[in-house]
Each structure stands twice: as structure tokens, then as C-alpha cells.
Design a protein around this ligand. Structure first.
Ligand code: SF4
Length: 319
């Protein structure tokens, strides 16, 4: 069956796994090798249903809460970071805790603690309920105020002379966040800002790659799970640029009706989506007669993080 009139598929670059996700997934894999199953994982290690299913098949047990892991068990904390209370609960249950929080999330936690120690009110730009936001807020719950939009930034009520700082979730829209920050700076000219952007390199690079692609494609497919923040932002970037975009878990979610018209389809994947899913979608197009499947863009990423220290120590006690 032909895929509508699609002639070409362009693959955004960079796309897919970031260094934080690589590290988190490898952490669970290495913990399974080292300790044997079951290894407990608090929440989804990364926001991708395929990754979670694959690790479950290999012996990982995903739990909603650290208190759901049996006393003394091995527990991996997800890439999104946790509130300090989680470490305390895990210690009280004598869990062998391995912290796979992405170092770029940890950096935001450290900022939150510093600003709070300085007595500042901290505006956290992010999405309510997202695990990263819950974890970061836990660092200084009395000092942090969540802001999700320009409107909320405009409506924020703080005393004029109150020390104030902002931090952000790492996986936000670069453009929307810039607008919110601009509104905060207008309202509070003395607001303190992080030394380097909190939105991480992987989020920014994937959004930039999609923007470059938009002039070339009639439709964008984004591989990622519905709860993946950075994947959803890629769909929004395309929509803001006037291109139809759909978030798909894998090739089984492609609706043939979407392909009735577009000649060139862009394909990208969120930071938690494994490359094998891109290969599967490409094969799906090939099986429908599309022969031109080409990379587009050339951004090179060489970020890599060391595995969590708990794991390195267990593997090599000299660490
Ligand atoms: Fe870390 Fe960014 Fe990847 Fe999140 S998306 S795990 S912050 S590198």
C-alpha cells in the first residue's frame, strides 16, 4: 500500500537519546547484571514506553514510590530527579539506592538550594506535575513558585524589594521560555538568572534541528511517548512553524490519512526514544515504496556522563 504521495523522508539531526537517557538506561542494565533481577526502579527510568517494557522484560520492576520497594532491595532513581525526602525514605528502608538523575537536572537542584539559602523567592518555570518539577520543588518547597506561562509571570505578586531568582525545567520550549523570562525580567529587573541556561543542550539541539527541517517538509512525525516533555515540545515547535506534526510511539501509530498529501515527511525522535524506533518507522515507509530516506542536518553531540558513583563503586571498589 503506498504511503499517500510521500516521496521523501528527512531525518532530523540530532535526534533521539541524549547523554542523560543513555546513562539512566545503562544504569539499570548494569545494575541488573551486577545484582541480578529484580532491580527496582522508581517511576519510569526515562519517559519512553518501549524502554520501560524492554527493561521490565529483563527483570526491572517499576514502582511509583520508593516505599514500594522491599526493604534492602536495589532501587534506581530515574533521570528526572527526586526531592530530598525520597533519599531519606530510601535510606530509612535500607535500600541500595543508585541515583540516575541526569547531571543537568542535578545542576538545577543545586541552583535551587543556593538561591533558597540566599533567601530568594525562586520562580520555577516548568510544567505542573512533571516529575522533574516535583523533584526540583522538593529542594525548597517554601521558596519555589511555579510559573507555567507569560500570563502567570505577569500575574506574579512579589514585594518590589524581595530577592528573586528563576530556574527552569530542562526540557521546555526554548522560545516559550524566553518569552516567560522576558516577562519576569520586565516585572522584576533585579531577578537573578542561572549562569548557563537550564534548558539542556539536548532539548535545545533537537528543537533547533526541527526548526531547520520545517522549510523542507510538509509533515513532521515525532517519535516519543505522550508523557515525554521534550518530545511534546518538538511537536509544538513544528506547529508554531505552521507544519502539521504528530507524536507517535512507533510505526503502528502512523495514521495513513496523515500521508494523503504530504510529499516530504520529516522524522525526529525525543531524547528518550531509542534509535531502533526510527529504524522501524523508516522500514515502514520503505515497505510502502518510499526510497528517498535521508539525514538532514549535521549537529554533532559529544556529551557523555559518567555512570552514577554508587554503581561505579560497586563495580570497582577503588572508585
Ligand atoms: Fe538530561 Fe536533557 Fe536528557 Fe533530560 S533531556 S536527561 S536534562 S540531557
Amino acid at each position: 500500500m503506498p504511503a499517500g504521495v510521500v516521496k521523501r523522508v528527512l531525518l532530523a539531526s540530532p535526534r533521539g537519546y541524549c547523554a542523560g537517557v543513555e546513562r539512566a538506561v545503562e544504569t539499570v542494565e548494569r545494575a541488573l547484571q551486577l545484582y541480578g533481577p529484580p532491580v527496582y526502579v522508581r517511576r519510569q527510568i526515562v519517559h519512553n514506553a518501549h524502554v520501560v517494557r524492554d527493561l521490565e522484560e529483563r527483570g526491572a520492576i517499576f514502582v511509583a514510590d520508593e516505599c514500594d520497594a522491599p526493604e534492602g532491595a536495589t532501587l534506581v532513581l530515574s533521570a528526572h530527579g527526586v526531592a530530598p525526602s525520597v533519599y531519606a525514605n530510601a535510606a530509612a528502608r535500607r535500600l541500595n539506592t543508585i541515583d540516575a538523575t541526569c547531571p543537568l537536572v542535578t545542576k538545577v537542584h543545586v541552583q535551587a538550594r543556593r538561591y533558597a539559602a540566599d533567601g530568594a523567592t525562586i520562580v520555577l518555570i516548568g510544567h505542573e506535575g512533571h516529575e522533574e518539577v516535583v523533584g526540583t520543588t522538593g529542594e525548597a518547597p517554601d521558596a519555589i513558585v511555579l510559573v507555567q506561562s507569560v500570563e502567570e509571570a505577569e500575574a506574579l505578586e512579589l514585594a518590589e524589594d524581595e530577592p528573586v531568582a528563576y530556574i527552569t525545567q530542562t526540557t521546555l520550549s526554548v522560545d516559550e521560555t524566553a518569552e516567560i523570562v522576558a516577562a519576569l525580567r520586565r516585572r522584576f529587573p533585579h531577578i537573578r538568572a542561572p549562569q548557563s541556561e537550564d534548558i539542556c543542550y539536548a532539548t535545545s539541539n533537537r528543537q533547533r534541528a526541527v526548526k531547520r527541517l520545517l522549510g523542507e517538509v510538509d509533515l513532521l512525525l515525532v517519535i516519543g511517548s505522550a508523557n515525554s516533555s521534550n518530545s511534546n515540545r518538538l511537536v509544538e515547535v513544528a506547529a508554531a512553524g505552521g507544519i502539521d506534526a504528530h507524536l507517535i510511539e512507533d510505526e503502528t501509530e502512523i495514521d495513513e490519512d496523515w500521508l494523503d498529501g504530504p510529499e516530504t515527511v520529516g522524522l525526529t525522535s525525543g531524547a528518550s526514544a531509542p534509535e531502533v524506533l526510527v529504524t522501524r518507522v523508516c522500514d515502514w515507509f520503505r515497505s510502502r515504496g518510499v526510497t528517498e530516506i535521508e539525514p538532514f542536518g549535521s549537529a554533532y553531540e559529544d556529551v557523555a556522563f559518567k555512570l552514577p558513583v554508587e554503581l561505579r563503586r560497586a563495580e570497582s571498589p577503588a572508585v
